[in-house]
Design a binder for this molecule. Structure first.
Ligand code: ADP
Ligand code: MG
Length: 698
């Protein structure tokens, strides 16, 4: 039998080790199975063949049929190109290539009929097609009729001639090799009850649809299956966890909590904070293990909720920890919390990568002896040599930086898993939460502390600098502080850092009367701390930074944020950044600086930012604009899966539908041994083994 999972793509005719390596690296495609689960992102109707005389430069993708009259290399240096003259008897069109010329020479014959597909454009008064797809008419039957797939390709793939068309040809070779049906992955009962297409037909039609109705059925079947197994996995996992572990019971609210509440709490809790505290107390007192996601917009006061929850754990004789994604943030939490707890007999320690040597050893020692009550730190906390005596509650801040895998490592710190509270300012739309955090309960702080003025957001083109600088000067003279934020993206790290340095110089030169500090992720952490300190203490009026300040940094006196190259940030990142201002009583401003030329999508992003401060609205818009496939931080976010075919925004209904089906199956077959479900349990275990993300969940 034809084994998809074990056959390597490099053995597909025409692929070879180089192309295979590119596919491995760029798309994580290794086996034939990986390949055929790489689905087209759209289909182009290729049922119609145009005549060349009909074509103009305004048409979308079209195809023509004819033969070559000749080919020539034109131009020099970077303008070198291959031009082929192609005719169908009604006219002549030029086909143009700017790369891969060597590969093209002698590839096409003059006396052979071809089908040419591409987007016509007008150049120098001539209609031509740049980098067309070309098939020999005699070989084109399988795929040329009707709907044809288009695959996403990356820059690196294109450089290795792995265009959509080449991917399509690889698919065609694989499907030609599938002579007998593949092993079915859904049970016959499900297939007949929900009238699903068979696996083999569905896969084939998802790539090479016989017609649009078949395509619809194919996609339905594959989406159904994808979402179904995700739900089956989560529901089953939640059930097992509930039966295996009972949570620590935090039955009382005692002296520590009450003392803090009475004597140290600097303000009245907002109603939303009170409500959320009730939910958390109930959870931690219930005897089941808490797994709660706390969503609240930036500045909504999540830290306080975390602290109050931790105090309840202390009152019940347990240790707790608070983890932050960056050292800066961990430091800040440490300072805030030590200050809030001043005068109380609570032992708080800070553990980050820069705490080393003797100090570190002391902390670790005190921790295992149970002398440290609250440990605050970065990921370093969950690394192996760190042991608690009795960790009762772990709080994870800004969890979009924290993977599910890390979350699960926490549970191994104890015989029994501690209660877990995950805090995030990135609101996760309900459908997503249901899919990926099916095991988390959700609390929402939907109210900001009183007295905050909404931030005014302005979009400004980068040639209007002097007006902007006048405004900044005025603000600083009124006693405010200012952030300048620059993008720093890994792929373009060098030029980004240079940009930041240039910006820093310009700002220093433009504001000689003020002190300017600078923070970025590539700095040593001692230097970072020193620079941060300059700003928090008010000695520096301006901070130039990268997104290291995105998460949680709290300087209430900073009321102006300038985001340079704002077009290069995603929506939720912009929102996070903006949240660094508007924390005090003063009117705050966020200025998004861009060049004139903006894509339509970028314009939409900027418009949304200017229009609203509402994080939930922004998250929904983000999801719609980007599609969940590349939802910001899918990788950093701990969201466990890359969906191959389903789409969370569009397939929300199907998701709820299959969730109910999965729930019934888990209820119906709790021991997972009924024969009618055997296929499903087996397939689930295959998926869990073959996909790292899946196994990270449990
Ligand atoms: P985030 O939810 O973004 O983590 P923080 O916990 O950092 O927000 O809180 C933002 C600011 O609001 C802090 O300065 C905090 O002291 C203040 N704050 C929190 N809760 C209240 C409240 N109930 N009333 C007034 N200010 C509050
Ligand atoms: Mg915070």
């Amino acid at each position: 039998m034809f084994d998809l999972t074990t056959s390597d793509i490099k053995y597909i005719t025409g692929v070879g080790p180089h192309k295979a390596a590119v596919l491995n690296k760029e798309l994580n495609i290794f086996s034939l199975y990986d390949l055929i689960y790489y689905f087209p992102y759209r289909y182009v109707d290729r049922s119609h063949i145009f005549s060349i005389s009909e074509i103009d430069g305004d048409m979308p993708y079209i195809q023509i049929q004819g033969h070559f009259m000749g080919m020539e290399i034109m131009g020099e240096g970077r303008k070198t190109r291959m031009v082929a003259h192609f005719t169908d008897g009604t006219g002549i069109i030029d086909l143009i290539w700017f790369s891969g010329l060597k590969y093209l020479t002698n590839r096409y014959k003059l006396n052979e009929e071809y089908i040419v597909f591409g987007k016509p454009t007008v150049f120098n008064g001539h209609v031509n097609i740049v980098h067309p797809d070309i098939d020999r008419v005699s070989e084109a039957q399988l795929t040329v009729v009707g709907l044809r797939p288009q695959y996403h390709t990356t820059e690196k793939m294109k450089k290795s001639f792995l265009t959509s068309h080449v991917v399509e040809k690889m698919m065609a070779v694989v499907f030609a090799g599938i002579k007998t049906p593949l092993t079915e992955t859904l049970s016959p009962a499900l297939i007949s009850k929900y009238q699903l297409m068979s696996l083999t037909d569905a896969l084939r039609n998802a790539h090479f649809p016989e017609n649009s109705e078949k395509l619809r059925q194919a996609q339905y079947r594959l989406k159904f299956e994808e979402l179904f197994y995700i739900q089956l996995n989560i529901i089953r996992y939640v059930k097992n966890r509930k039966s295996k572990f009972c949570g620590y019971v935090f039955s009382r609210v005692g002296k520590i909590f009450n003392t803090f509440y009475k004597d140290n709490l600097p303000f009245e809790l907002t109603n939303a904070q009170k409500r959320v505290m009730k939910e958390i107390r109930k959870d931690m007192g219930s005897g089941r293990q808490m797994n709660r996601l706390l969503q609240g917009d930036v500045g909504s006061g999540k830290t306080l909720v975390a602290l109050l929850s931790m105090l309840i754990a202390l009152d019940n004789g347990y240790q707790t920890c608070l983890m932050a994604p960056t050292e800066i943030l961990a430091n800040q939490h440490f300072e805030t919390i030590t200050k809030l707890l001043s005068g109380m007999n609570v032992h708080v320690e800070l553990l980050t990568g820069s705490v080393r040597g003797k100090k570190r050893a002391e902390i670790l020692d005190a921790l295992i002896r149970g002398e440290v009550n609250i440990l605050i730190g970065t990921h370093a906390i969950i690394e192996n040599p760190v042991s608690f005596l009795n960790l009762g509650l772990a709080v994870i801040d800004e969890q979009h930086r924290f993977g599910v895998a890390q979350r699960s490592r926490l549970w191994k710190k104890n015989e029994q898993p501690p209660h877990v509270l995950v805090m995030t300012a990135t609101p996760i739309p309900r459908t997503l939460a249901m899919t990926f955090y099916g095991d988390l309960d959700i609390s929402v702080i939907d109210e900001l502390p009183p007295g905050r003025k909404p931030i005014t957001t302005i979009h400004q083109y980068d040639n209007r600098q002097s007006g902007l600088y006048d405004f900044i000067r005025k603000q600083i003279h009124q006693g405010r502080q200012v952030y300048f934020v620059y993008p720093l993206i890994e792929e373009s790290e060098k030029s980004d850092l240079k940009n930041l340095e240039n910006g820093y110089q310009t700002i220093c030169n433009s504001f000689p009367e003020f002190r300017v500090c600078k923070v970025h992720g590539k700095m040593k952490s001692a230097e970072k701390d020193k620079q941060m300190q300059l700003f928090t203490s008010g000695q520096a009026q301006i901070m130039v930074a990268t997104t290291v300040i995105e998460v949680g940094v709290n300087v209430p006196n900073a009321s102006v944020m300038i985001i340079e190259d704002a077009n290069r940030f995603g929506l939720s990142q912009l929102h996070q950044l903006r949240g660094r201002v508007g924390r005090g009583a003063d009117q705050s401003y966020c200025v998004l600086v861009t060049g004139y030329e903006l894509s339509e999508e970028t314009r939409k992003r900027i418009d949304i930012m200017v229009r609203t401060n509402d994080g939930f609205e922004i998250a929904e818009a983000d999801l719609k604009l980007r599609g969940p496939g590349d939802l910001e931080g899918t990788q950093q976010s701990g969201i466990a899966f890359d969906l191959k075919i389903a789409n969370i925004t569009r397939d929300g209904q199907l998701l709820s539908f299959v969730r109910d089906i999965a729930q019934k199956i888990v209820d119906d077959d709790p021991n997972e041994n009924r024969p009618e479900y055997e296929i499903l349990w087996r397939q689930l275990s295959v998926l869990r083994k073959s996909n790292l993300n899946w196994s990270a969940i449990s």
